[in-house]
Design a protein around this ligand. Structure first.
Ligand code: PLP
Length: 389
C-alpha cells in the first residue's frame, strides 16, 4: 500500500511516517479548525468539539478510564518526556525531597538528555544496561531501586515499551512487576507502539503515564498526547493560560489533535499484524541468508521484537557509504546521524548493547510501513540485496 512515495521506497517509519489517507483526505476540505478552543463563539466551539471527541476516542481506544487518567496534548514525545521528568524533579526539589531516576542506556535521547537537569535539581540518575539481545536484568534493577528507596528517595523509571532502533519490545508485564515490588513511578515511552506490535492499544491501568507522538503513525507533526494517572505526581513545565487543566498551557492545536483521531481510526481499520509479521519475517530470513556472515540482525535471538523493524550491522562497512548507496537506489533507510564533518557517529544504542565502535558505525535500520504486504517483499529484497552485495 505504501509501496512507493514520490517514486522512492520509504523504510524509515520509526523516524516518522507519511500522513494517513484520512488526514490527507480531510486537509483539502479546508476546514482547519482554526478557532481557539477556549473561545465561546462558534469557531471556538467547533475546535473544542473535535478536541473532546478525540479525547473520548483516545480513552476508549487505549482502554483507560477518564476517571483514572488525565489526558493532555502536547507538541510530541520530547516535550512530554521533558515535562514529566523535569516537572517532577522540580516539584520534589521545591519540597526539599530527593528522587532517583532510572533510565536505560537504550532509551531515546529525549529521556537520556534530561540527566544533567535532573542532577542540577539534586537528584540521582542511574542508567541500567542491556545485553546483546536488548534485555535488562530485572532483578538487579529492582534491588538497585530498593536500595535508593531505603534511603528515602522517590523512585522514577522510564520504560521504553518498543525500542526505536532495535525494535525490541519490553513487555508491560515486566514493568508492572517492577512497580509492584518497588512502588516506583513508571512512565512508559509508547512512541513506537502504534501499528508495530500486536495489541498496541492495550495499555495497563497499573502504570503512571504513557506518551505518544502523532507523526509516528500518520498524524500531523508537532502533536502528541500523554495519559497521566490522576493520583500520580505531575508538575507542568509550560505555564500560562491554564488550558488543559493547567497541565500544558497554550492554545491547543485542534487540527493536529483531530489528525490523531483520523490516523488512529485508519490504523485500527487497516492494520493487520499477522500480515505484517509474515512479510517482515520473509524480509528478515532472505536478508539473513544473503548477508550470511558479512553482518547480523540486531536482537535476532530475542523473541520479543516488533513487527516492522530490521536493524542490521554490516561488519566492516561504513554507514556513510551504505547510506549513499541506498539513497542512489531510491530507498530511504536510517543509517544513523552524522556529525558536522558528515561522518556517521557511533550508534549509542549498539554501543550499549556491547557492539564495537566500528560495528556501531556500520548499521542500517529498515523500518517498514505497518501496512507492508508479503507480495511487495520480492521487489524490496531484490533492490536491497543488490545494494548489500
Ligand atoms: N521516544 C521514542 C522511543 C522515539 O522513537 C522518539 C522519536 O523518535 C521519541 C521518544 C521522541 O519523539 P518526538 O521526536 O516525536 O518528540
Amino acid at each position: 500500500m505504501e509501496k512507493s512515495i514520490s517514486n522512492r521506497f520509504y523504510f524509515d517509519y520509526n523516524a516518522t511516517s507519511p500522513l494517513a489517507k484520512k488526514v490527507t483526505n480531510f486537509l483539502p476540505n479546508g476546514d482547519f479548525l482554526f478557532g481557539n478552543p477556549s473561545s465561546l463563539h462558534t469557531q471556538g466551539k467547533n475546535a473544542k468539539k473535535v478536541i473532546n471527541e478525540t479525547s473520548h476516542f483516545l480513552y476508549s481506544l487505549f482502554q483507560l478510564k477518564e476517571s483514572d487518567y488525565y489526558l493532555y496534548f502536547h507538541s510530541g514525545a520530547t516535550e512530554s518526556i521533558n515535562t514529566i521528568f523535569k516537572g517532577n524533579a522540580f516539584s520534589l526539589f521545591k519540597q526539599k525531597k530527593k528522587a532517583a531516576f532510572f533510565f536505560s542506556q537504550v532509551d531515546h535521547a529525549a529521556v537520556v538528555q534530561c540527566k544533567d537537569d535532573l542532577e542540577a535539581f539534586g537528584h540521582d540518575v542511574y542508567f541500567f544496561n542491556v545485553d546483546k539481545n536488548g534485555n535488562f536484568n530485572c532483578e538487579d534493577l529492582i534491588s538497585q531501586m530498593k536500595s535508593c528507596s531505603s534511603k528515602g528517595e522517590q523512585l522514577f523509571l522510564n520504560y521504553t515499551y518498543v525500542n526505536n532502533e532495535s525494535g525490541i519490545v519490553w513487555p508491560l508485564s515486566e514493568v508492572i512487576k517492577i512497580k509492584n515490588e518497588t512502588s516506583c513511578y513508571v512512565h512508559v515511552d509508547a512512541v513506537q507502539v502504534v501499528g508495530k506490535i500486536y495489541n498496541w492499544h492495550q495499555l495497563s491501568s497499573d502504570l503512571d503515564s504513557y506518551t505518544f507522538s502523532g507523526h509516528k503513525f500518520g498524524s500531523l507533526k508537532g502533536i502528541g498526547f500523554s495519559f497521566i494517572k490522576k493520583n500520580s505526581l505531575f508538575e507542568p513545565l509550560i505555564k500560562g493560560g491554564n488550558q488543559q487543566n493547567g497541565m500544558r498551557s497554550g492554545t491547543q492545536n485542534a487540527l493536529g489533535i483531530y489528525s490523531l483521531k483520523l490516523a488512529l481510526e485508519e490504523m485500527v481499520a487497516l492494520f493487520n499484524p499477522d500480515e505484517l509479521k509474515i512479510a517482515k519475517e520473509k524480509m528478515e530470513m532472505e536478508l539473513m541468508k544473503h548477508i550470511h556472515d558479512r553482518g547480523e540482525i540486531v536482537g535476532l535471538k530475542n523473541n520479543n521484537r516488533n513487527l516492522n523493524t530490521i536493524f542490521l550491522v554490516m561488519f566492516g562497512q561504513k554507514a556513510e557509504i551504505l547510506s549513499a548507496k541506498f539513497d542512489l537506489q531510491g530507498i530511504d533507510v536510517s543509517t544513523g546521524s552524522a556529525c558536522s564533518s558528515g561522518v556517521i557517529k557511533e550508534n549509542r544504542i549498539l554501543m550499549s548493547m556491547g557492539y564495537s565502535f566500528d560495528d556501531s558505525r556500520s548499521s542500517i535500520r529498515l523500518s517498514f510501513s505497518p501496512f507492508m504486504k508479503l507480495e511487495e517483499t520480492d521487489l524490496y529484497l531484490d533492490k536491497i540485496k543488490k545494494i548489500l552485495n
